[in-house]
Design a protein around this ligand. Sequence first.
Ligand code: RP5
Length: 191
Amino acid sequence: TEQDLIDELHAQADSDRDPETTPDVGIIMGSDSDLDVMSGAHEALDTLGFGEQTKYENPPEARFTYETYVVSAHRTPDLLYAYGETAADRGIEVIIAGAGGKSADLPNMTASIAYPTPVVGVPVQEKSVDSVIGMPTGAPIVAVDAGKSFNAALSAVQMLARGFPELETRLVAYHESLVADVAETSAALHD
Ligand code: RP5
């Protein structure tokens, strides 16, 4: 039930688990219908060598990991509060939040509740762009264009990488692979 999930989040926040073994990036979305769009974030994190942690209890194989939750601002507001309030204490360093529709409140509300933990917002459809980027002064969110969850994950890792040179190295290697792809494509046109 929603209450079980809320209790679990609080229990995890209260546990004294080593932060190195907790998920680093939290991916949340308003509905399982957002999964297709938000899977770009999974793809980017997988590309950068992050592991998926499905159970907070499992010791992760990868040094950096992410978790995924469906949290609806309108259907499960208590879960939204619990997720945002406990994120930092659960070891989450950056949150990627996606929602669609004209009332895409999940990224914005999460940014307010989880502050100062940074939130990268993904409008799942174009009509939700205004609601995701339209934050008042003093309540910041970093937002990407509609559907760009891959870039949202890269932004999240850029933030996380400030404290981890190993992640900066992975980001640079990823960028170099893009450069090599462009150069190869361009060269092939002249063959
Ligand atoms: C939002 O409403 C969700 O983020 C989703 O993008 C949209 C539609 O949700 P469903 O009706 O498909 O569950 O809250």
